[in-house]
Design a protein around this ligand. Structure first.
Ligand code: GDP
Ligand code: IMO
Ligand code: MG
Length: 428
């Protein structure tokens, strides 16, 4: 029992939504703590797929589902997602939204596009959803929070102030027409409508979370993105603007580290990355294409093809250290089915020397050669329902990943559906 953080152990899209949904069956609450609708978390229940961007994956079990203060919220996306869920017959009563979450506005999205364009070949490959600019405003202390949106007196002035500031930036730096007075009026009206829709769900969520944890309830923290996209610990500058690592949960939910009981790292049996930036084990050959096609590795949020490579345990070690992983959830083992050999990177060779720790210099990274261990492949395992039912080669692979990473594997996922999950250890 207690608080469990679920983090992405790679560059995102590890299957966090699936694992959180699986664990949510035994949880009382699920909390999103950072990121925004750059996240795309897929949950498959009874063969039915749901792609969630903001609402925590606990909603499918009707569990208390909290959007914490650390999230940047695009109310257009959230209200659309709420309508979708209601259309699916899912009760929104357990949804809570932090009054301290910062809002995304249309000018953030425009700014994101300009920043990317200006970077040219050095672009990050963002989702262009305004995430970075919204966090910039938060740090610059000019952000507009949900609580401000609900303050009908103060909101129009705050919006005008920010729109003036952004117009200065857009016109002077980016040669953009900016937002006209009628755009201001439309934005004000639209956001007031969002405010009315969201108001019943808005509250101070941190005390709710503390109460749940202290009263012995099971609370899950659903990380978005992944360790290597962390603003401090990832492949900077090819990162997102928040802290996906476990420490981000304390800040983004508003509870202290002594209340956290355990951390689960979700890791694919291989690696993917969407967007630009270093990727030492990237496969540019037919094995990469095989995995991409077999695994339908295309972005949940942007539809972009995901870059594919072998499992990189140097990366997983960054996650083990920065998030203090107690368990791994190893996903997508079925996607590797049909390969004769499966490789795992256990270190890098750089300048004739072996590196066991992920380097921070992009120059060094670009010259790192992965050192691989090779394992025998296995055939289709999508229908396997127990550890003993897995082929010996797949079991050897899982055992080796646990040994080489130094983190026990608590769950093995062999398909998209909630039921295609093998539990090797109880997480809570
Ligand atoms: P998230 O962002 O970490 O929640 O992951 P995404 O939902 O963006 O991407 C993971 C994709 O893999 C989704 O389409 C999931 O349905 C799917 N998925 C998760 N686990 C497995 C698995 O074990 N096998 C297969 N084939 N698909 C999986
Ligand atoms: P989930 O939660 C994979 C990537 C973008 C880009 C970088 C910065 O589904 O795992 P941003 O729009 O955040 O400023 O883009 O981060 N990125 C993700 N990649 N999964 C995600 O979320 C991602 N969220 C952002 O592709 O490289
Ligand atoms: Mg995703």
């Amino acid at each position: 029992m207690g608080a469990t953080i679920v983090v992405g152990g790679q560059w995102g899209d590890e299957g966090k939504g699936k694992i959180v949904d699986f664990l949510a069956g035994k949880a009382d609450a699920v909390v999103r703590y950072q990121g925004g609708n750059n996240a795309g978390h897929t949950v498959v229940v009874d063969g039915h797929e749901h792609k969630m961007h903001l609402v925590p994956s606990g909603i499918f079990y009707g569990k208390l589902s909290i959007i914490g203060n650390g999230v940047v919220l695009d109310p257009a996306v959230l209200t659309r997602e709420m309508a979708y869920l209601e259309g699916q017959g899912i009760d929104l009563a357990p949804l809570r939204i932090s009054e301290c979450a910062h809002l995304i506005f249309p000018y953030h999205i425009v700014q994101d596009a300009h920043e990317e364009k200006q970077k040219g070949d050095a672009r990050i490959g963002t989702t262009k959803l305004g995430i970075g600019p919204a966090y910039q405003d938060k740090s610059a202390r000019i952000g507009i929070r949900v609580i401000d949106l609900l303050d009908e007196e103060a909101f129009p002035e705050l919006l005008r102030r920010n729109l003036d500031t952004k117009n200065n930036l857009l016109r002077r730096v980016y040669d953009d027409a900016g937002f006209a007075e009628r755009d201001y009026e439309t934005m004000l009206d639209t956001y007031r409508t969002y405010g009315r829709r969201l108001r019943p769900f808005v509250t101070d969520t941190a005390p709710l979370i503390e109460d749940a944890v202290r009263s012995g309830k099971n609370v899950l923290f659903e990380g978005a993105q992944g360790t290597m996209l962390d603003l401090d610990h990832g492949t900077y500058p090819y990162v997102t603007s928040s802290h996906p690592v476990a420490g981000g949960a304390c800040i983004g939910a508003g509870i202290g580290p002594t209340l956290i009981d355990r951390v689960v790292g979700v890791v694919k049996g291989y690696t993917t990355r969407v967007g630009d930036g270093p990727f030492p084990t990237e496969l540019m050959d037919e094995v990469g294409s095989f995995i991409r096609e077999r695994g339908h590795e295309y972005g949940t949020t942007t539809g972009r093809p995901r870059r594919v490579g072998w499992l990189d345990l140097v990366v997983v070690a960054v996650s083990r250290r920065t998030s203090g992983l107690g368990y791994l959830a190893l996903t997508r083992l079925d996607t590797l089915s049909g390969l004769e050999k499966v490789r795992v990177c256990v270190g890098y060779r750089y300048d004739g020397q072996r590196l066991d720790v992920f380097p921070h210099s992009l120059k060094v990274l670009s010259r790192c050669e992965p050192i691989y261990e090779e394992f025998a492949g296995w055939e289709d395992i999508g229908g396997v329902t127990s550890w003993d039912g897995l082929p010996g080669a797949a079991r050897d692979y899982v055992t080796a990943v646990a040994e080489l990473s130094g983190v026990p594997v608590a769950m093995v996922s062999v398909g998209r559906d909630r039921v295609q999950t093998l539990q090797l250890h109880d997480v809570f």
